[in-house]
Design a binder for this molecule. Structure first.
Ligand SMILES: [Cu+2]
Length: 471
């Protein structure tokens, strides 16, 4: 179809380079023989979870001066934390033998591997292991091999005293200088076996107790025309399953990890202490997450496991719709969850570098770039249509707009900004990351109405679709 051509003619815009988010990664350098306690490298993402706080390194090491080339054994305590290896930088005299006493003080599994091949086993929270690095004659890198952790900052640099001053930063992941990929072929056809995600939002079930099972799977999906991508999912799709109910309803979610790494879940629709229900569970484990929906709104849920930038950026998000008590009936309801697409191997340094820079390869509604340009949503002239929108990020919100339509009702983050009958109308629903709401409109005549995130960087790179309106 020629829908894209129409959109492009309607949307005059310039290609704008996405803004880069500055991330300051403190680098600890130490040329003495004893790294200081708590020499923490990066703690990216730690601020998002209370469970991640307070994990400072407690490493200690012999403080004796060791002459170069003495062949002495040097022992250093190393703490694995929330995307940190502490100390992140160790310096030894050339010819010394290094032993690392590694302890995992985080809430998820980690390990430490040295490029010479020596490695700890996978360490459960609280576990320790002794790593015999052997004689160090030249700089060596070490890192956690759990997917994505190295790129998120779990790296250590072992220098010798004669190289320490000229060594590169140990916290710069390989490939971090890679720029954005070429634009995706969004006007090409989706594969023959592609099925669009049904954007129709069914009404809340007529009950007050909801039992839901959500299983984590790591799978592969078509995320743009002819483009398949490995994704981490709630329930095998991006976004995850939609939950809908009314204020006061109780949701009992059985959360099962069928993946290959730790995952967790965080329902913004819940109001509770996160410690237990939002904890990371390992592959094969399950937990029960029970909450009462105290407030109406369009709520995000997402993976609660660090680094969340990667878990959300690789597809682990979804929506919970809790109807306002006075929600009026409409003819059709749709739900669009906006997210971002980062191509490449999940957790790779290249992919993570683009996540950190806020430079997605595309923006998506319900998991697919320009998906509803290939499978438009539908309504009839004169029908009242309600579109729920949730901005899942992980780095950008949305300015939801329908070309040719005006909103006579806007509900954002628990409050009506505009209601039908008002003299005023609205042109866009602006949502920051992790906000939600809905708009309502009555399409005035038959036609093809593009809907977009009116940030043209996002619209031109996938955050777009169509309403096909018929008599
Ligand atoms: Cu996860």
């Amino acid at each position: 179809m020629n829908a894209d051509t129409l959109l492009w003619s309607l949307l005059l815009g310039v290609i704008v380079v996405a803004a880069a988010a500055a991330i300051i990664i403190p680098t600890v350098r130490n040329s003495s023989t004893a790294p200081p306690p708590g020499a923490v490298g990066t703690a990216l993402g730690a601020a998002l979870t209370a469970a991640a706080l307070g994990i400072a390194g407690s490493g200690t090491a012999p403080a004796s001066e060791v002459p170069a080339g003495s062949g002495q054994v040097r022992t250093v305590d190393v703490v694995l934390g929330d995307m940190t290896v502490s100390p992140s930088h160790v310096t030894v005299a050339p010819g010394d033998s290094l032993v690392l006493r590694v302890r995992n003080e985080d809430t998820q599994v980690h390990d430490l591997v040295v490029e010479t091949g020596a490695r700890t086993p996978r360490l459960a929270p609280g576990d320790s292991a002794t790593l015999q690095v052997g004689t160090v004659t030249e700089p060596i890198d070490a890192w956690c091999t759990v997917l994505g952790h190295s790129a998120a900052g779990m790296r250590m640099r072992i220098d010798t005293t004669d190289t320490a001053d000229s060594a590169d930063s140990p916290d710069t992941p390989a490939g971090a200088d890679s720029g954005p990929l070429a634009p995706l072929p969004l006007s090409a056809e989706m594969s023959d076996d592609w099925q669009p995600r049904d954007a129709v939002l069914p009404p809340a079930p007529d009950r007050t107790e909801h039992e839901v099972e959500i299983r984590v799977t790591e799978t592969e999906l078509e995320v743009a025309p002819g483009v398949r991508q490995s994704v981490w999912t709630f329930g095998g799709d991006v976004p995850g399953p939609v939950l809908r109910g009314k204020v006061g309803d109780v949701f009992t979610v059985t959360f099962v990890n069928d993946g290959t790494m730790g995952h967790g879940i965080d329902f913004h629709a819940s109001s509770l202490a996160p410690d237990e229900p939002m904890r990371t569970i390992n592959p094969g484990e399950r937990l029960t997450y029970r909450f009462r929906a105290e407030k109406a709104g369009a709520w995000v849920y997402h993976c609660s496991t660090s680094p969340m930038l990667q878990h959300i950026g690789n597809g682990m998000y979804g929506a919970v719709i809790i109807d306002p008590p006075d929600l009026e009936p409409v003819d059709r309801e749709y739900l669009l969850v906006q997210g971002e697409l980062y191509l490449g191997e999940p957790g790779s340094a290249d992919q993570v570098a683009r996540m950190r820079a806020g430079e997605p390869d595309a923006w998506v509604f319900n998991g697919v770039a320009a998906g509803y340009a290939h499978a438009p949503l539908t309504a009839e002239v004169g029908e009242r249509v309600r579109i729920w929108v949730v901005a899942a990020g992980p780095t950008s919100g949305t300015s939801f707009h329908i070309v040719g339509a005006q909103f006579d009702t806007v509900y954002k983050e628990g409050a009506y900004l505009v209601r039908r009958g008002d003299a005023g109308g609205a042109q866009a629903l602006d949502l920051a990351v992790a906000q939600g709401g809905f708009v309502e409109t009555v399409f005035p005549e038959a036609g093809s109405y593009p809907f977009v995130d009116h940030d043209m960087r996002h619209a031109e790179n996938g955050a777009r679709g169509f309403f096909t309106i018929t008599e």
